[in-house]
Design a protein around this ligand. Structure first.
Ligand code: ATP
Ligand code: MG
Length: 341
């Protein structure tokens, strides 16, 4: 059985953009493949402090992140769906060390994300940040994962994981690791050609981002529903005066139509037809504000109904499974590198 694996960092409060653009598509993939694949959702909590964070909050954020997946509809009771924390499967860190020793420093140094985040100020970034793509390779290779739904910014790290797997397989002349599918195949698998970008409510030429400091630009999943509705009412639009779906000339209006279609579970084309030619931006905003308010109220109620104990028990099951699979792989690798007989 093939394995699909995806990890979700839980450092900041996710937005409606993350929900519609990442959570829902991943959960749909899980539904689509749970019968023919192992579906691993893991929380990369060791990755959480490659950059400074408030450590007092981390544990609760991890638990909340899991609740969000369950509330969004992930079928955690399916026998092939597993949720676990990276930190609770020690084989991740152990394999990362071994992989480190099979990763040329030059190759790791070419990772553009690290270069962008501050190789100019080497004392301001950690070795952890430099090394995290190798830990990510371990996250993937321990489970022989073939498909890893991830954002475009992660494709270079996926390529690194592939290179490490191929290098070790060649060195020991055996199929020790499954080599993850290359980028083009991943894109196809994720149906990424349909990929969508929810826009900022303040500047709709930009995407909505959870790290944005402008609260008005984004709907966070823990926003008060009424307050979120107000943000929609004051979203930036344009002065064309007629409702049309046109991401270039009317990105604000188009963004609202897009959000409405996703929250109402209706085809975008149908929503566009409903509003085509109408002139009251206020009416459209009211409709979308209402949908957002209802969505958040419902989602937050679902989250509130999941107890910490439920999450701990789901994680305990997932971590039992993950430790079994990961330890078996780690032992195999330890034999090849001469650590075990
Ligand atoms: P940051 O500002 O920290 O980069 P972000 O909101 O861009 O945060 P990421 O953690 O970078 O979120 O991405 C998490 C997932 O959410 C990725 O799969 C990404 O493609 C998706 N995503 C992020 N923003 C949007 C958006 N506005 N619309 C649709 N999908 C999005
Ligand atoms: Mg981002």
């Amino acid at each position: 059985m093939q394995t699909i694996l995806t990890g979700v960092r839980a450092n900041e409060e996710p937005t409606l953009g993350n929900f519609l653009g990442a959570y829902l598509p991943m959960i749909n993939l899980a539904h689509e493949h749970a019968e023919d694949s192992q579906v691993n959702f893991f929380v990369p909590d060791l990755h959480s402090f490659t950059t400074p964070i408030d450590h007092k909050k981390l544990y609760d954020q991890v638990i909340k992140g899991v609740k969000y997946y369950i509330a969004a509809g992930l079928d955690v009771n399916h026998p092939n769906v597993h949720i676990y924390r990276q930190s609770h499967v020690p084989a991740h860190a152990e394999l990362a060390w071994i992989l480190d020793c099979f990763t040329p420093f030059g190759e790791a140094s070419r990772m553009t994300q690290f270069k962008e985040k501050g190789s100019e100020h080497p004392d301001a970034v950690t070795v952890g940040l430099f090394n995290y793509p190798v830990l990510m390779a371990a996250d993937i290779l321990l489970y022989d994962a073939k498909y890893i739904p991830l954002g475009e910014d992660q494709f270079q790290h996926l390529e690194l994981a592939r290179n490490i797997a191929i290098r070790i397989n060649n060195k020991f002349d055996d199929e020790i690791f499954t080599v993850p599918a290359p980028e083009a195949e991943q894109v196809k698998f994720m149906h990424l050609e349909k990929g969508l970008r929810i826009r900022s409510l303040v500047d709709p030429t930009k995407k909505m981002s959870k790290s944005s400091e402008n609260e008005r630009s984004k709907i966070s999943l823990n926003d008060d529903p009424k307050h979120a509705a107000k943000k929609i009412m004051s979203a930036t639009t344009d002065s064309e005066g007629v409702i049309r779906f046109d991401m270039i000339n009317q990105p604000g209006i188009s963004n609202l139509l897009q959000i409405e279609s996703l929250l109402a579970h209706r085809e975008l084309q149908d929503v566009i037809s409903d509003w085509a030619g109408q002139t009251s931006y206020g009416d459209l905003k009211h409709k979308v504000a209402d949908s957002v308010e209802h969505f958040l109220a419902d989602f937050q109620e679902k989250v509130a109904n999941i107890s910490d104990e439920d999450v701990e028990s789901i994680l305990a099951d997932g971590e039992k499974y993950a430790n079994e699979v990961a330890n078996a792989k780690l032992h195999k690798v330890q034999k090849y590198v001469g650590l075990r007989k």
